[in-house]
Design a protein around this ligand. Structure first.
Ligand code: IPE
Ligand code: IPE
Ligand code: MG
Length: 240
């Protein structure tokens, strides 16, 4: 199986999973957390170096207040319960997004987990929280403009690399594969810059039902893709 160096996932369908069973949506999110635990473990075991999970978007703040606060509660509990296992598995936690909008206690446990796992080298798990790609791009443009205004950066020195290194995802390579569950075929404001040449994989399976086997399906399909980056198929074959 060809293993992507960086796998990104839009974990969608928790709400529908619950609604189909006439359960409150939050129970779908709770089951979604169990899937996260299983998929993180499996990615680490398969040798994925970077796993990025879209957990809460900048637009998700507009959901009903009780759903938002339940999600924040789940997030805090997840982080508190996973620290030991992250340390055991050599997983380093990273966060992208406008984290200043998160509740204080969630920020605190996030900061602690990021700090305690900073030395881990097996896999980088990045959580996209209060994340929106346009928001990230705007914050990045602002930072670069401030640096230019302060005389620390010449506008003509801004290129692909400068920009890439100023994003929230600075230390991450671009995703090789993006998986979205629940049948929606859209990006929903995730990693717009970074997905330029990423392979996309969509499945109808709802996130709480996304199993190791489903992940293997996605990886098998990824292995069948020819990534051309603008070249001809013959050129790509020659370089192998
Ligand atoms: C994804 O599941 C999790 C979050 C966006 C937080 P949803 O809650 O979007 O589930 P559906 O799309 O309503 O089924
Ligand atoms: C995308 O799912 C965000 C996350 C999975 C965190 P949404 O459910 O928010 O996306 P839309 O609204 O269907 O595009
Ligand atoms: Mg959704």
């Amino acid at each position: 199986m060809r293993i992507p160096c960086h796998l990104a996932i839009i974990m969608d369908g928790n709400g529908r999973w619950a609604e189909k069973r006439r359960l409150p949506r939050i129970l779908g999110h709770r089951r979604g957390v169990e899937t996260v635990q299983e998929i993180v473990r499996e990615c680490r075991a398969l040798g994925v170096r970077y796993l990025t999970l879209y957990a809460f978007s900048s637009e998700n703040w507009r959901r009903p207040e009780d759903e938002v606060s339940a999600l924040m509660g789940l997030l805090g509990n997840y982080l508190r319960s996973e620290l030991t296992s992250m340390l055991e598995q050599g997983i380093r936690l990273k966060v992208i997004g406008e984290t200043t909008r998160l509740p204080g206690e969630v920020r605190q446990v996030l900061e602690e987990t990021v700090a305690r796992t900073a030395g881990n080298r097996e896999m980088t798990l990045t959580l996209a929280l209060s994340y929106g790609a346009r928001n990230e791009l705007v914050r990045t443009a602002r930072r670069l403009a401030e640096a230019a205004l302060a005389g620390r950066l010449a506008p003509e020195a801004i290129d692909d690399q400068t920009f890439t290194e100023a994003l929230d995802t600075a230390e991450l390579p671009d995703p090789d594969l993006l998986v979205r569950t629940s049948g929606e075929m859209r990006i929903s404001n995730f990693l717009l810059w970074q997905l330029a040449y990423t392979e996309l994989y969509f499945t109808d399976v709802l996130w709480p039902d996304f199993s190791r086997q489903e992940l293997h399906q996605a990886l098998l399909e990824f292995g069948r893709r020819q990534r051309r980056f603008g070249l001809t198929g013959a050129q790509v074959e020659e370089s192998h």
